[in-house]
Structures are given as structure tokens and as C-alpha cells.
Design a protein around this ligand. Structure first.
Ligand SMILES: *Cc1c(COP(=O)(O)O)cnc(C)c1O
Length: 377
């Protein structure tokens, strides 16, 4: 069976984990956590990058740092992972879903303004498949209505909008290092922001509501409980695994782009014949080849194709079921405007195997299976 995903392994992970153990500090904010933060701050030109236990937790932190209170509204696409909504609902927010662009599966920025009410506090663009949303337009709306922007850049690490790293454009950016993402530490994430006045509240929130970070820097004699908080620090062992991956970012990037380009070229004839649609990357976006998907005619054809691929020994999953149709989505949110594309396009989408250690012969085999699908011949 060719898996859809396997966590990347580049080779240095075990050495670095051993180094972390030898350094004798396995809790949060150790040597490797610092190296990961510094690496990202430099590479992505971000003022502050705090490693977290997940992207979900980074989103939770961002929601709280935006001052989300019960009854506030937050605008986001319905075509996303549960965490995008969960993190805000946890602090009492209502979620307002708007439709997506069919060609990128990203939030349709032209639908945002009509969904704004006096309760709206934030917009949460999700960079699906590592392809940027239309950030200039989204930032302009946020400025006009004085709203916060939290980028769900879980899939957008090392992807760019007009040369600017995703996650560094809004007030907060949230990365994921879950094993299904480009760079991984098993479970993990990061909170990204520019404003230095957010650093202290972010550190307090991340350190159980204490000013322990200040204490470690020698700025105070004793640390104590000062505000809301939780524990959002990953172990330095996990950070050691991630650091090996970040150092190998170019190799990971190159392999993923290679797979993406191979699928794209091999399947072009099916797109030209009108059987499938391929991913579209707008001029302003430079993607990180997080995902390769195709879209077929409808749900029935997708179900048949997934079954056929499974019989050929290839795992090709579909993706999100729109959140506004879920039990919690109905309870905590509402869809503003008409669902023209969200449901229809989500039912047509199928993902192809894509991971760093995927063999080239498997990549060729996957593409060949799709080309041979009887429905396309
Ligand atoms: C993976 C993902 C998340 C959650 O990331 P975790 O690190 O697993 O919490 C959130 N949003 C999107 C769009 C994702 O793809």
C-alpha cells in the first residue's frame, strides 16, 4: 500500500534528540526550542516565533491575545480543519463562515465585508495547501473595520505571499508541525507575531499564567501567577526532531516540489480533456507544495476513484467536510451568504500521496494509475 503520508525523516533527528538528552534539559524553552525559534525568525523575517505544542494551541493563544470574549464573532471559511474554529469557540466566540474561491479553496475575500457585524473581532484566513489567501484585500478590510487577522498557516510554513512569509502578514500567524505537515516534530506548532508588546502576554499565557519567562531572563527575582494561562510549551526532545527538519528545509522543499510538478505534468492531459481540475497557484503566491489534489466531476465519481485507487494499492483521501454542516458547526456558527462552492468543491476533491520519503517509482505509479482509470478513458 502506498500511504498518503508518512512523517518526514531526514537523518539527523536522533543525533539531535540525543544532544538534547545530554544537555540535561527536556522541558520547554531549552536549547533546541531556541534554535528552532531563531531559525524561523531569521528565515521568515518574523520578530517573534514561540514554539507551541500544536497549531491548535497557537490558534488558542492567538484568539486570547486578540481579546476574544463570549459573544464575539470571527469570520473564517467553512472549508477548514476543526481547530481553526475550535480555538475561537473555546473562548466563547461565534463563528461566521463565508464561501471559498473554487480555484484555490481559500476564503473568498469579497464575501467577508458583508459578513461583518458590530460583534466581529477577527478574520481568520486559512492558507489551504500552502497557497496564500488574497492577503492585501483581507488586511485592507481588517484595517477599515479595526479587526484582528489571525492567519491559520498550519499548511503554509515556508510559503509566501508576494515574497512575505505566510504567518507574518496578519496580527498573528499559526504554524503546525504535526506529522502530516511539511516539517514535523510529531505534534507541535508555533505562534508568530511582530508586535513586541504581545511578547509578555504571550509568554505568560504559554507558561501557565506565570511570568516565568521573565524570571529565567533574570528580569525578576521570583515568578508568580499573574494572568490566564495554560501549558503550551513543547518538550525540547520534540524541538530537537524539528530542528533537524528545519535545517533540511531546502531538501524537503525540493522533494515536495518535485512530486508536485511530476503529478501536475503527468495529469495535464486529463485536465485538458476536461476530466479533472488541477491546483491553481495565483501569481502572488509561492506555495510550499504542501499538498497535491485533483478535483473530479462530482461526489459519485470521487467515491469511485478513491475505491479504484485503493484497489490499486494507493491511499488517496478526500479532505474537509465543511464545518457549517457538522453538529458543532451548527451549534457554534452560521454560514453567511450562500454556500455556492464550499460544499460542491469539497465533494470533488481528492488528495494524492505526498511526503518527503516517498519513492519516485511510487510517484510514477500513482500518476499512472490515475491516467489508467477507466472513467477517464
Ligand atoms: C493541521 C491543521 C491544523 C491543526 O494543526 P495541529 O498542529 O495538529 O494542531 C489547523 N489548521 C489547519 C488548516 C491544518 O491543516
Amino acid at each position: 500500500m502506498i500511504d498518503f503520508n508518512r512523517p518526514a525523516f531526514v537523518g539527523k533527528e536522533l543525533d539531535y534528540i540525543k544532544e538534547a538528552i545530554d544537555l540535561g534539559k527536556l522541558c520547554g524553552d531549552g536549547e533546541f526550542t531556541k534554535r528552532c525559534s531563531r531559525w524561523m525568525e531569521e528565515k521568515f523575517q518574523a520578530n517573534h516565533v514561540l514554539l507551541t505544542t500544536s497549531c491548535t494551541h497557537a490558534l488558542e493563544m492567538a484568539a486570547h491575545l486578540c481579546g476574544i470574549q463570549p459573544g464575539d464573532e470571527v469570520i473564517m471559511p467553512s472549508y477548514t480543519f476543526v481547530s481553526t474554529a475550535d480555538a475561537f469557540v473555546l473562548w466563547g466566540a461565534k463563528v461566521v463562515f463565508v464561501d471559498i474561491h473554487p480555484e484555490t479553496m481559500n476564503i473568498d475575500e469579497t464575501k467577508i465585508e458583508a459578513a461583518i457585524t458590530e460583534k466581529t473581532k477577527a478574520i481568520v484566513p486559512v492558507h489551504y495547501a500552502g497557497v496564500s489567501c488574497a492577503m492585501n484585500e483581507i488586511m485592507a478590510i481588517a484595517k477599515k473595520y479595526n479587526l484582528k487577522v489571525v492567519e491559520d498557516a498550519a499548511q503554509g510554513v515556508n510559503a509566501y505571499y508576494n515574497g512575505k512569509a505566510l504567518g507574518t502578514i496578519g496580527d498573528f500567524g499559526c504554524y503546525s508541525f504535526h506529522e502530516t505537515k511539511n516539517y514535523s516534530m510529531g505534534e507541535g506548532g508555533a505562534l508568530v507575531f511582530d508586535q513586541t508588546e504581545c511578547l509578555e502576554p504571550a509568554e505568560i499565557l504559554r507558561e501557565k499564567g506565570t511570568n516565568r519567562s521573565k524570571f529565567f531572563r533574570g528580569q525578576i527575582d521570583k515568578y508568580s501567577w499573574v494572568d490566564y494561562g495554560s501549558s503550551y510549551l513543547p518538550s525540547d526532545m520534540n524541538a530537537a526532531y524539528l530542528y533537524a527538519q528545519l535545517e533540511a528545509a531546502d531538501a524537503i522543499d525540493q522533494k515536495r516540489h518535485g512530486i508536485f510538478d511530476y503529478y501536475d505534468k503527468a495529469l495535464k492531459p486529463l485536465a485538458e480533456a476536461g476530466y479533472i481540475e488541477q491546483p491553481f497557484i495565483p501569481d502572488y503566491a509561492s506555495c510550499n507544495a504542501h499538498m497535491y489534489y485533483i478535483k473530479v466531476k462530482d461526489l459519485e465519481e470521487r467515491t469511485a476513484l478513491i475505491k479504484y485507487m485503493r484497489e490499486k494499492g494507493v491511499c488517496c483521501p478526500f479532505h474537509y467536510v465543511p464545518l457549517h454542516t457538522s453538529a458543532a458547526g451548527l451549534r457554534f456558527g452560521r454560514f453567511h451568504g450562500e454556500d455556492v462552492y464550499t460544499t460542491r468543491e469539497s465533494e470533488r476533491l481528492m488528495r494524492l500521496p505526498m511526503f518527503y520519503n516517498l519513492d519516485w517509482k511510487d510517484v510514477e505509479y500513482v500518476a499512472q494509475c490515475i491516467l489508467d482509470y477507466p472513467g477517464f478513458n
